[in-house]
Ligand binder design. Structure first.
Ligand code: TYD
Length: 208
């Protein structure tokens, strides 16, 4: 089963994933966690180019192709082989991030992006996508105070991050059978408990 976590910056996805992985293991499954952009040797090199604060002149189409290049690599090198072995894969971001950030955030044509994403992923789609939903102001405040990496993409304007969040809402509404929205403004333990409820049901419905 392929599970992806999506959400605006500062939604706390990355912090929730280790406990989620532990929970799924406790249910008797083998689990693999990955993140985008990155997650492979080639993908991590691409990530550095995307994130570097100094790369201010990067054209939006260049940025899209870099995200997609890293994704094409992880799909073939890591995700597909693991899924074929019956492993439960949890990815911190996947193709929906490109639709939310580059599509809704930067206004790139959604149909064109969808075609590109199909090419990039070879058609590999998540079985379950968790949207960790938090408003843009709260998310950015968390990013700035967490002491974590502040990258070129965090530096986009608040209005951009608002469009990203709205985009996620639209994506989730368009495919309700795949998406589950979780209120990520709650305390981290509450968020984890909601995530586990959703995943428990999904595992029961998708016997490996
Ligand atoms: P990262 O530091 O991994 O943050 P997060 O913990 O929020 O995932 O940065 C990833 C950034 O890249 C984040 O701002 C979202 C952005 N992004 C895109 O714009 N498009 C994409 O396709 C992906 C995968 C990420």
């Amino acid at each position: 089963m392929f599970i992806t976590l999506e959400g605006p910056d500062g939604s706390g996805k990355s912090m929730q994933i280790p406990a989620l992985a532990e929970f799924i293991r406790s249910q008797g499954y083998e689990v693999l966690t990955t993140r985008e952009p990155g997650g492979t040797n080639i993908g991590d090199q691409i990530r550095q180019v995307i994130m570097k604060l100094g790369n201010t002149s990067m054209h939006p189409r260049t940025e899209i192709l870099l995200f997609c290049a890293a994704r094409a690599q992880i799909v073939e090198e890591v995700l597909r082989p693991a899924l074929q072995r019956g492993v439960v894969v949890i990815s911190d971001r996947y193709a929906d991030s490109t639709l939310a950030y580059q599509g809704y955030g930067h206004g790139v044509d959604l149909e064109e992006l969808t075609r590109l994403l199909k090419f990039t992923t070879g058609g590999l789609r998540p079985d379950l996508t968790l949207l960790l939903d938090v408003d843009a102001e709260t998310g950015l405040r968390r990013r700035q105070t967490s002491g974590g990496e502040w990258n070129r993409l965090d530096a986009y304007a608040l209005s951009f991050h608002k469009r990203v969040r709205e985009g996620y809402h639209q994506l989730a509404a368009a495919e309700p059978e795949r998406w589950r929205t979780i209120d990520a403004s709650q305390a981290p333990e509450m968020v984890q408990s909601c995530i586990q409820d959703v995943v428990r049901q999904a595992l029961a419905a998708h016997p490996q």
